[in-house]
Design a protein around this ligand. Structure first.
Ligand code: PGA
Length: 241
């Protein structure tokens, strides 16, 4: 794993966006894996700026998001479908048909998992996956204990993850108890991975990632099995290194 430590959240976001732009402008078509949460918001803001100010086009880009809550409609204000529309997709020229996010409101969640795996495969696979990290080391919604060989699957969210995400909901009880997430093995199939780590609250997780061996109780450690991972961290997240 390569590690790049930059000064600030802003710098982390701009650097990541620049790296994405380089890849989408030098490839005929590009498949980008996206994440939700607070960490990548700055990257999306910078990508919108690249589109508006520098005319960067997303017509050749397909996207696959990591996860979605089970039980929320795509138009629900807390769904990841809605998050992605509000934070990125509404402001760039990406084709709607090129946007993929697991559906959390189908009648058969198991089938949706298999379908999601099949469309990733049919697209030729993810060229670059953007990831955040949970304080407990989760990637996507792959919580501690998840098998490293997992593909897209249904998860029961841990209380710590539900509590961390409660800030987006009106009451903590409204946070769904389950989600669909790309599995660890699905994530590791990406040709390249950027793991973004920002803020003091992630310093312990980053330290643990860099100092412990692969351990399925710390899902991000699975990234050590991948040959092309770059961690981009801001100085607050790097305080324990
Ligand atoms: P955050 O979440 O970006 O909101 O901190 C990251 C994650 O839980 O994967």
């Amino acid at each position: 794993m390569k590690l790049r430590v930059v000064e600030s959240y802003d710098e982390m976001s701009k650097l990541t966006a620049k790296e994405i732009v380089t890849r989408i402008t030098t490839n005929h078509s590009f498949t980008l894996g996206l994440a939700t949460g607070s960490t990548p918001e700055g990257v999306y803001k910078s990508l919108i700026e690249e589109h508006k100010r520098n005319g960067i086009s997303f017509e050749n880009v397909s996207t696959f998001n990591l996860d979605e809550y089970i039980g929320l409609d795509p138009i629900h204000k807390n769904s990841y479908h809605c998050f992605m529309q509000q934070k990125l997709f509404s402001y760039i020229n990406i084709f709607k048909s090129n946007i993929h996010i697991p559906k959390g409101n189908t009648s058969n969640h198991q089938e949706e998992c298999l379908h999601y795996e099949s469309i990733i495969k049919a697209s030729g696979g993810i060229a670059l996956q953007i990831l955040g990290i949970g304080k407990n080391g989760h990637i996507g919604f792959n919580e501690p204990g998840t098998d490293f060989s997992s593909r897209t699957h249904i998860v029961n969210l841990t209380e710590s993850t539900r509590a961390a995400n409660a800030r987006f909901f009106s009451t903590p009880e409204e946070v769904p108890t389950q989600a669909i997430t790309m599995g660890i093995s699905s994530i590791l199939d990406s040709k390249e991975i950027f793991l973004l780590v920002s803020g003091h609250q992630k310093a312990e997780a980053l330290h643990k990632l860099l100092t412990t061996d692969c351990d399925n109780m710390f899902p991000a450690s699975s990234l050590k099995n991948h040959s092309n991972v770059t961690i981009i961290a801001d100085s607050d997240a790097a305080t324990l290194l």
